[in-house]
Design a protein around this ligand. Structure first.
Ligand SMILES: [Fe+2]
Ligand SMILES: [Fe+2]
Length: 422
């Protein structure tokens, strides 16, 4: 069937090649649409696309009633605070199926968060905190979040290469050659750039094999954000990584980054690249907390489990501030743009965003999706409810879009996780 552009959704499969007016093939038959494809089709002025019937999609493996019941108990326990979120029943059903599939397929894969093995009985299993067992160390007193950031041991700085790139791009005199000259100083970065350009995230029909082509195709802003994203992960790598389950944390962050990028593409945001970094950074305050205050982090976990409480409340009681404020202070310390600062600062309360309210809402929505579907863990036992103001309502996914977005997130997240963490 032919669908107009406005009706296309990520995850739909193309039934016939799609060409522009010059006959150049943009997408080939069989391609699963991504949010980026939708943007490309919009740019090329494509009016309609032949898509395969939903019935052509591979069926999901069956789930036994017993396994489903165990998964449902677990999900009911986890999602206790999220029940008033829009389309909750649809999200919950996806979470139950994802949990049951994860437990049916042993051994665990990349999508399986730390410690989430199938329980032996019908009892709900409390989620786990991604902190490995380490000797308790005392954290010196930090009167507030700013002091905490400044006093954090081995606080990483971003590489000079990132600031050099920002200076060049913002001065307006950057060329493909100057940008490539800068990123070539880091061979790992060039390799990541090529892998990213060739990933499903971009879904390009041709293979990109030179940094110059990659920079030209994905653009300066995206390169700048790729460098920032890679630098953030590397910066934290240098800190004591034995104090946390880093893969689980980054899986959650990358899922939030990917989902927020998908939302931005879906609504044709003119500069969607910033959302990936915002998603990656949104819980960085908790990372800092885990790495520099492990004793208090364990206390927060213990109380969250004992009191079945949301972590932010307990963080404030134990430390005097929460991971949201801490992450925003880190963004300030790194001199990141205001939009990123606000994405971090308002990711659990987008109504508080003043300068960039839509940006904060997309990160909040993406965090909700990543948390409810349990792509990794950042230390939150119970997902936050999605808080929606009237001005956010037009950006909510409808109940037909949600499974397609979840399926696309699964595909993109697995690839991006491998690109950014290997
Ligand atoms: Fe958070
Ligand atoms: Fe989060």
């Amino acid at each position: 069937m032919i669908l107009p552009l406005a009706k296309l959704q990520p995850g739909m499969h193309i039934a016939r090649d799609v060409s522009n007016l010059n006959g150049m093939v943009l997408l080939t038959a069989g391609t699963a649409l991504t949010a980026h494809h939708l943007r490309v089709l919009n740019i090329w002025g494509v009016q309609g696309v032949h898509v395969a019937d939903q019935g052509d999609r591979p069926a999901e493996p069956p789930i036994t009633p017993a396994l489903r019941q165990v998964a449902e108990n677990y999900v009911n326990h986890r999602l206790r605070y999220a029940t008033d979120s829009p389309s909750f029943a649809v999200w919950k059903e996806l979470a139950v199926r994802r949990t049951a599939n994860r437990w049916a397929d042993q051994p665990p894969s990349v999508g399986v968060p730390h410690g989430s093995k199938a329980p032996q009985s019908g009892e709900a299993t409390p989620p786990t905190w991604p902190v490995a067992a380490v000797p308790a160390t005392r954290h010196r007193a930090a009167s507030n979040a700013r002091d905490f950031v400044r006093q954090s041991a081995g606080l990483p700085s971003l590489p000079s290469l990132y600031y050099e790139l920002v200076r060049n791009i913002h001065n307006g005199d950057a060329s493909v050659n100057t940008v490539c000259g800068i990123i070539r100083k880091d061979h790992g970065l060039v390799a990541r750039l090529l892998r990213l350009a060739n990933s499903v995230f971009y879904g390009l029909p041709l293979e990109v094999d030179s940094p110059e082509d990659a920079v030209q195709i994905i653009g300066f802003n995206e390169v700048q954000n790729l460098v920032l994203a890679t630098s953030i992960i590397k910066a934290f790598d240098k800190m004591a990584s034995d104090q946390m389950d880093a893969p689980s944390f980054w899986l959650h962050s990358i899922a939030c980054a990917t989902a927020s990028s998908m939302l931005a593409e879906q609504w044709y945001d003119p500069l969607p690249e910033r959302f990936f970094v915002g998603g990656l950074l949104h819980d960085s305050g908790r990372l800092l907390m885990l790495l520099n205050a492990p004793e208090q982090s364990r206390e927060i976990l213990r109380r969250c489990q004992a009191e079945t409480a949301l972590a932010m409340e307990i963080e404030q009681q134990v430390l005097g501030f929460d991971h949201v404020v801490l992450g925003a202070e880190l963004a300030s310390y790194w001199k990141l743009p205001d939009s990123l600062w606000e994405m971090v600062r308002c990711h659990h309360n987008p109504a508080a965003a003043i300068g960039h309210p839509k940006d904060a809402f997309f990160i909040s929505y993406a965090d909700f999706i990543a948390s409810v579907l349990e792509f990794g863990k950042s230390g939150e036992l119970f997902p936050y409810p999605l808080l929606v103001q009237p001005e956010h309502e037009p950006f909510l996914l409808d109940e037909e879009q949600i499974p397609l977005v979840a399926s696309e997130l699964e595909t993109q997240c697995a690839q991006l996780f491998s690109i950014f963490t290997s």
